[in-house]
Write a protein that binds this ligand. Structure first.
Ligand code: AGP
Length: 608
């Protein structure tokens, strides 16, 4: 996600802004910029690339004198990474500058209205709309302009704003994106996160939704959206910088697991309009959707596992034949594709070499390619015919969690869209699916907050040598991901098997004390799964079962049971994965492994 900073005080702003941005680099970004008021005008420098580019362009801030400024590291959501799309953004008169972290969901509607009033846009971002909207409402009173803009925006935002004719004032406002403010010696500072301010102060104010701050070098005033003054208490931060970058979590992986509820909501909410699924970026007409004869999902690792879930959901709901293949296999097997095949390439990084090669191979054979990608402007995002972004935000830990969960959501949305248009589900059924979808963030949060049971269980298996994951149907898909999560961060050997496959060889490996994790969320397969559980237990296995609340008969079959809340049969993977992520995480922590950077692994495998 983006990072914002701001400063007003007696010192030069630019070096403080650059230093603050450097402390936010861990959040992931693709461009950066600062704007500083020099006593007469607002100067701005911004560029695609690392912060180093900005430091060189400004000679570490020396070319941008002034004691009032704002800065930004951009994680692209709307508009590719580029100089012009980088923040800050100015109004045309260059009297207002703004930096933004978040997503303005109704920016296209606001952009259209402003264009109709003669405003011209130079970037593809949602943030530029804010600069022009502030200009539109500004009549000399910054606070009034800000509150008017707040009433018009939908979505999430943390804003830093400066007004040329209020040269000693820095404004900040927040809704759903984090924002903190603090006072330093002879000034005030704002930032997206604690690491950026720790050098100056450990006493910070966490801004709540729809609160506005007006700062001067020696004062800080807080207002609500009705422009009424409010009182706030400062919080003393005990964290060190390293802990602060992880938001107080021990690892980025754990932090990102806890970001899943918001990431999931950010992925589906812009695409649910009333009782309809709207995926504008799909770039396919209803006729083209009806004309799809086959879907080919291609990916690697966890993205491939999401694709296996996608197969069960798309086939089960939309009744479209779906094939899923590992990109490294697909690219060399002379795949049979034609114009009736829709190829979906799933990739968090958008730079995985095998997945990119598979995309190129598909296009060369005349198939239409849809990317499901997390990194905006990445190679796969740019080369696919169309791209559906997962709004998970930057994922720092090598082991994916929130991006994987968002890939599942993207596949559910596609399945619902295709099912409705191809007449496979009714309006009422769609309404029910949408209700189930909207409940997932809270259900995920509930599972995350009930982590103690799985944490205790994991601590008993830190010395395990072999762990098996078994499931049938969609539960086989989640077993694949649960197994990868465990082995890639704990280095314990693990395998996932279609439970019906056990007797065809694998069961010979089961011996006294072998841990078998059985996932059974599909009611019509409970009985089959229970007999598989009995099979392995009679051979000495210890069985951890992950199943739906209410499935009490499992208590007699398994040794240890973790329940997931009720949802429809197609969405259970989004819930079952949470205890499996926690299981792998706590075993890896118990084994003292480098959870965020496991040995031999890279976050993005950009080579074959
Ligand atoms: C997942 O935890 C792994 N880090 C790995 O399997 C990953 O999913 C795979 O390399 C694909 O990466 P991508 O999604 O960026 O293409």
């Amino acid at each position: 996600m983006c990072g914002i900073v701001g400063y007003v005080g007696e010192k030069q702003a630019a070096p403080i802004l650059l230093d603050g941005l450097s402390k936010l680099e861990y959040r992931g970004y693709d461009s950066a910029g600062i704007a500083v008021f020099d006593g007469e005008k607002i100067n701005m420098t911004k560029a695609k690339g690392r912060l180093k580019v900005l430091e060189e362009l400004t000679h570490n801030g020396a070319t941008m004198p002034g004691a009032l400024g704002i800065g930004h590291t951009r994680w692209a959501t709307h508009g590719e990474p580029s100089d012009v799309n980088a923040h800050p953004h100015l109004n045309r008169a260059e009297t207002i500058a703004v930096v933004h972290n978040g997503i303005i969901e109704n920016y296209l509607k606001l952009k259209k209205k402003l264009t109709g009033k003669g405003y011209e846009f130079i970037s593809d971002t949602d943030t530029e709309v804010i600069a022009h909207l502030l200009d539109y409402y500004y009549d000399g009173n910054p606070l009034r302009a800000i509150t008017k803009v707040m009433h018009r925006m939908e979505g999430s935002y943390a804003l830093g704003i400066i007004f040329r004719d209020h040269p000693d004032e820095l404004y900040a406002v927040r809704k759903d994106s984090p924002l903190i403010v603090g006072s330093t010696d002879g000034g005030c500072i704002i930032a997206s996160d604690v690491p950026a301010v720790l050098k100056y102060t450990r006493d910070v104010y966490f801004i709540e939704n729809e609160e506005i701050v007006r700062m001067k070098s020696d004062s800080m005033e807080f207002f609500n959206v009705d422009e009424e003054p409010i009182e706030k208490e400062a919080t003393h931060i005990e964290w060190d910088v390293d802990a602060a970058e992880k938001g107080g979590y021990e690892h980025f992986m754990l932090k990102e697991m806890y970001e899943q509820p918001k990431a999931i909501e950010d992925t589906f909410s812009p695409r649910i309009k009333g009782n309809d699924i709207v995926i504008e970026e799909l770039g396919m007409s209803d006729e083209e959707i009806r004309a799809v004869r086959k879907i080919m999902i291609v990916a690697c690792g966890s993205a491939y596992h999401a694709g296996v879930t996608g197969k069960y959901v798309l086939e089960g709901m939309a009744r479209i034949p779906v094939e899923v293949d590992l990109a490294s296999e697909f690219r060399y097997r002379d795949p049979i594709l034609d114009e009736g095949t829709l190829v979906i390439v799933i990739s968090q990084s958008g730079e995985t070499a095998d997945s990119l090669a598979a995309l190129r191979e598909s296009r060369a054979r005349g198939a239409k390619v849809l990317g499901i990608v997390n990194v905006v402007g990445s190679s796969i995002a740019r080369e696919a015919d169309n791209v559906m972004y997962t709004w998970a935000g930057p994922e720092i830990a090598v082991a994916t969690t929130k991006a994987y969960s968002c890939q599942l959501i993207a596949l559910y949305l596609l399945a619902l869209k295709f099912s409705k248009i191809r007449g496979k589900i009714t309006e009422t059924e769609l309404e029910r699916y949408i209700e189930d979808l909207k409940r997932i963030p809270d259900q995920v949060e509930l599972l995350l907050n009930n982590k103690n049971k799985i944490q205790k269980f994991a601590n008993r298996y830190v010395a395990a040598k072999d762990v098996f994951f078994i499931g049938r149907g969609i539960d086989y898909a989640i077993s694949l991901e649960g197994s990868l999560k465990l082995k890639e961060i704990s280095y314990i050997h693990s395998e996932a098997y279609a439970a019906g496959e056990l007797k065809h060889g694998t069961i010979s490996l089961i011996e006294e004390g072998t841990l078998v994790t059985a996932v059974l969320t599909q009611e019509e397969l409970y009985k089959k799964m229970i007999s598989n559980i009995v099979e392995v237990r009679t051979r000495g296995a210890f069985v951890l079962a992950v199943t739906n609340e209410g499935n009490d008969e499992i208590n007699r079959a398994a040794d240890y049971v973790v329940y997931i809340p009720e949802t429809n049969r197609f969405f259970t993977n989004s819930l079952a994965i949470i205890p499996l992520q926690l299981f792998g995480y706590y075993i890896a922590v118990g084994r003292g492994c480098d959870v965020d950077k496991p040995r031999n692994l890279a976050k993005s495998v950009t080579v074959e």
